[in-house]
Ligand binder design. Structure first.
Ligand code: SF4
Length: 284
């Protein structure tokens, strides 16, 4: 039977995150496949997800509809019913390819929660002669088994892995360390097969320097086969709601403290500021 799955959006835009760390596709034109459903938002670590989540409509695993852009970067959408079949998806993707397209981003929600579907899309893209690099953006909490990992290695060129700061509310207080250890294991797994991986952490005024110390130290022990470090993109939280902004926006001083502490363990070329550039430009 033809594989099908749950998406929330398919569109073309610029990758706005990742800064300048190795593996980042910041500023590149991508087609985004946004998957529906997020394990973190569905209480895997005891909470309803990150308080700053900018894709709350993509948290539901059984989302009824998805939307796709009619023309590349037009922000003009058609709504259709989930689940979507691979052949329908390939048709939509073909219509969004432009001559400046760099790569295809698999994001969410959490794409790893529909891993079979995710891999099937990767395989079908190649079969249909759509050979752009594939970029996986994940909360890094759903680990692949050995067979799945081998397929990811074959299909994916880049992987952006979240590390959730304690202040993200992605986990209950007593489950946060478990969550981060899982993410570190995921990152270790990806680098072990040489998928070009970097980590992204969203920081707030409530971020603790001792947590950054622990995370950066752990990351410094994860190396590629050639001994190179992986990158850490540090992203100040972006909030629109006035009250939340007041409470969680990070000061210049705190941001610098975070950088100094990260640089205690990681080379400066592997640390970068990341901003959600697309938000400042009113892009998707
Ligand atoms: S892990 Fe991602 S999709 Fe899930 S709640 Fe957090 S920000 Fe939202």
């Amino acid at each position: 039977m033809e594989k099908q799955g749950y998406l929330s959006e398919i569109f073309s835009s610029f990758q706005g995150e990742g800064g300048t760390v190795p593996g980042s596709c910041f500023g590149k034109k991508q087609i985004f496949l946004r998957f529906a459903g997020c394990n973190v938002a569905n209480k895997e670590f005891g909470t309803s997800g990150c308080f700053f989540c900018d894709t709350p409509n993509s948290q539901d695993f059984k989302l009824k509809h998805y939307q796709y852009e009619k023309k590349p970067s037009s922000q003009d959408f058609t709504i259709a019913n989930n689940p979507i079949k691979i052949q329908e998806l390939i048709k939509i993707i073909k219509n969004l390819i432009t001559n400046d397209l760099h790569s295809m981003s698999f994001t969410g929600g959490e794409p790893m929660c529909q891993l079979e579907f995710l891999l099937e899309i990767g395989i079908s893209l190649k079969k249909n002669g759509i050979n752009f690099p594939l970029y996986l953006e994940t909360n890094a909490t759903v680990l692949p088994n050995k067979v799945e990992l081998a397929q990811i290695k074959e299909l994916f060129n880049y992987c952006c892995c979240d590390i959730k700061d304690r202040s993200s509310q992605a986990a209950e207080f007593n489950l946060w360390e478990k969550l981060v250890r899982k993410e570190l294991e995921f990152i270790r797994t990806m680098t072990s097969v040489n998928v070009l991986t970097f980590t992204k952490i969203i920081v707030t005024s409530h971020t603790k320097i001792k947590d950054i110390d622990w995370i950066a130290h752990e990351l410094s022990n994860i190396r590629y086969q050639d001994g190179n470090h992986i990158g850490l993109a540090i992203q100040p939280v972006y909030l629109e709601q006035k009250e939340l902004k007041k409470k969680f926006s990070i000061s210049n001083e705190k941001l610098n403290q975070i950088f100094y502490r990260a640089a205690k363990y990681l080379p400066p070329e592997n640390i970068s500021l990341s901003i959600q550039a697309h938000k400042f430009l009113n892009l998707l």
